[in-house]
Design a protein around this ligand. Structure first.
Ligand SMILES: [Zn+2]
Length: 169
């Protein structure tokens, strides 16, 4: 993603940044659709996506669960926040962040606690991640960390690159 445009201060450059940001958002939504369709489909609702600009988080992404009041009820919805600063613009890097957060979303929809209060991923996270296209390895800081497994990587690559749906690289 073209975060280098941040910090420039002419109106024209700000406008270009806004268009770029909107375009990046669409592309991240497309990646989320691809991953959600193939791994989760009808099993979970499609979460919302929000972008975080530089300095808003140290993480690549995170999931937030919300509840809104509707007549006579509450409705739950989840949002995946994706950091523009920490993802390097490679669509496979973004896909890796999104799929990791989609696993948290999948567990949250089932009421499964998949991490400790201090953020360490637990066994429930590992099992769900391995069942949904991720390679899991032990990590001192996070308990378990993830990356796309080779089949997922190839699938996303084929979908995006072969069909030219990603053009900011
Ligand atoms: Zn996580």
């Amino acid at each position: 993603m073209k975060t280098a445009i941040l910090g420039e201060n002419t109106n024209r450059e700000r406008l270009i940044f806004c268009y770029t940001l909107a375009y990046v958002k669409i592309q991240i939504e497309i990646i989320c659709d691809i991953l959600h369709d193939i791994f989760f489909g009808e099993k979970t609702p499609r979460p919302f996506i929000q972008l975080l600009e530089e300095g808003k988080t140290d993480d690549y992404g995170y999931l937030a669960c919300y509840e809104i009041r509707v007549p006579n009820n509450f409705k739950k919805f989840n949002t995946i926040y994706v950091s523009l600063h920490n993802n390097d613009g490679n669509p496979l890097e973004v896909a890796s962040t999104l799929l990791h957060e989609l696993v948290h979303h999948y567990n949250a929809c089932r009421g499964i606690q998949d991490h400790s209060p201090d953020g360490l991923h637990n066994e429930a996270f590992r099992v769900a991640a391995e069942a949904h296209g991720l390679l899991v390895y032990e990590d001192e800081e996070y308990g378990y960390e993830t990356e796309l497994n080779p089949e997922t990587k190839k699938y996303v690559y084929d979908q995006l690159i072969a069909f030219k749906k990603w053009s900011l690289i």
